[in-house]
Design a protein around this ligand. Sequence first.
Ligand code: NAP
Ligand code: ZN
Length: 335
Amino acid sequence: MAIHSYAAFDRGSALEPFEYDLEDIGPHDVEVQITHCGVCHTDLHLIDNDWGISSYPLVPGHEIVGTVRSIGEEVLSLEVGQRVGIGWQRGACLSCELCASAHDNLCPNSDLTCVGNFGGFASAIRADSRYTFPIPDLMTSENAAPLLCAGATAFAPFRRYIKGPMSVAVIGIGGLGHLALQFANALGCEVTAISSSPDKEREASLFGAHHFLFTDDETKLRMHRGEFDFILSTVFADLDWGAYVELLKPNGTLCFVGAAGKPISIPAFDLISAQRTITGSAIGSRAIIQEMLEFAARHQIQAQVEVMPMTEANLALERVRKNHARYRVVLANTF
Ligand code: NAP
Ligand code: ZN
């Protein structure tokens, strides 16, 4: 059956209709009829080939929810008709040291949903059933879709670094950031939103932020030196990272999930003198994604979304590019 999709045919170009055929279904694969797909900022990085890993035609979309419409012969965990989600990773070797130690998100043989494969701005998709996750019943599909990438990416570093009721700041209140505020609050932390958009203050508080720092006011930022145990940066902009490191307590950690474009420059003395750590985090392992979905359902955490028809994929991408999305655009399938 032909798959209908929207693809970029060149670096930075607008999406256009694109059709392709699927190969025979693999023994562990499922085929999912897509109902919803979130628009992650990574889709823009890929369309623009910011990371030099894109190939064209490029079908973006890796925050997918839909219904299983066929399964490979060895699939026991899912059944036809079940509502499921697929994120950035649609498979891994499941036999290397990283996969065996529950770090399969770092598997060097990862199969990625829209790098080397056609993604979720489409009528349907194939993925390994072991990277296809049942969506909790209480969640709507549009609110659940962004959890598959943004939710996993925000939750994973908190699971790794948050020990008890810490003081946590989230830089950038977009798709990842607004979910990070909700997770940090549910984990019992004192939560600060750090944002370049003053109009986000009220909603940041509804997402669980106890404090809001507007980054244009540098003096206000400096007043918070040495205050945070953990800072999660979701921005892709090149900020004055040295100033942010100073906001960390001794032994504090600055973790990047947003892909800043330029090299990060930080005085070594500011790390040494207070034993601070800088690190990064990549999506979440399949165990973490499963745990995140259960945690989100239990704490009623969901994405705040703007639903647009998939025919308006280009307009949706523009909203994300201009930081107009509040807080995730989700495309509803029109194929
Ligand atoms: P998004 O929805 O566009 O949100 C990014 C936020 O960054 C914006 O809402 C804005 O928040 C802030 N921002 C934008 N421009 C800025 C500027 N010039 N200066 C300061 N802040 C600015 O993007 P997203 O989907 O959350 O993704 C964020 C980043 O994470 C992207 O680089 C994406 O590729 C990356 N990502 C990484 C992973 C991973 O596995 N590590 C997974 C998914 C995405 P304010 O308005 O509050 O300032
Ligand atoms: Zn993403």
